[in-house]
Design a binder for this molecule. Structure first.
Ligand code: GRF
Length: 227
């Protein structure tokens, strides 16, 4: 028998790293300079931009890079006067030259940390080496389960009862880097991919901000220590 469950109870299962509860100092005098990369809708982009605008996150979006001319994310950037640059991967014959162009744009925009929010391209050492341990990604599963595309469909196909999302450092292998924060949500018997994705995204919007806040704080403390 399938028991209908209210969406609100997703929070009941939200499991987060204990570090989330650490005291974060909001120091807006030296905001962390972010470069965001996205291919699609942009709800995580909006979550980050709004957290900054509402003084909940000591960061600044220097630049959005998007690779899909149809990506709705660009409208969210334009509405907020955030510089957005289209780099269409179809205009590049090699992944490395595409990534080199990304690096050039990010460096010209003085980006300190790179945040992939729905970036649907594999990366090469060109990008990874330009920002060593300074690229994060958000993925809609509890890694290491279900890396790659169609993570939500895979989770449903396997009949998992708990799914979630992960913020991790980016490594060459897709969705493989060290995990920074995860959040869990229940999976219900009558879930569709869209319904489960909506529940996961509620948590994504929370943990991506939390991850950036922790990084910003770490960055701030490191800068204090450098004479
Ligand atoms: C998110 O579910 C993220 O986990 C995945 O791509 C999706 C992007 O969503 N990598 P949005 O464009 O931020 O709404």
């Amino acid at each position: 028998m399938s028991i209908p469950a209210p969406e609100a109870s997703a929070m009941d299962l939200a499991l987060v790293s204990p570090i989330e509860h650490a005291q974060i100092t909001l120091d807006e005098r030296s905001p962390l300079k972010l470069g965001l990369m996205a291919s699609g809708t942009g709800s995580n982009f909006v979550a980050i931009a709004d957290a900054i605008a509402q003084h909940r996150l000591a960061a600044q979006i220097q630049l959005l890079i998007y690779n899909n001319p149809e990506a709705p994310v660009v409208e969210h950037a334009q509405e907020r006067n955030i510089p957005a640059h289209l780099l269409n991967h179809r205009h590049f014959s090699q992944r490395e030259t595409f990534d080199q162009e990304i690096v050039t744009l990010l460096q010209a925009a003085d980006v300190e940390w790179v945040v992939m929010v729905g970036w649907m391209r594999r990366v090469t050492p060109v990008l990874i080496d330009a920002f060593p341990d300074r690229i994060i990604n958000i993925h809609p599963s509890l890694l290491p389960s279900f890396p790659g595309i169609r993570a939500i469909e895979q989770a449903l196909d396997h009949g998992v009862k708990i799914s979630g999302c992960t913020v991790h450092l980016v490594r060459l292998e897709v969705d493989s880097g060290p995990i920074l924060i995860q959040a869990a949500v229940p999976v219900y018997p009558d879930d569709t991919p869209a319904r489960l994705h909506r529940r996961i995204q509620t948590q994504e919007h929370r943990i991506i901000i939390q991850a950036i806040a922790q990084i910003a704080e770490h960055h701030r403390l490191q800068n204090l220590l450098i004479p």
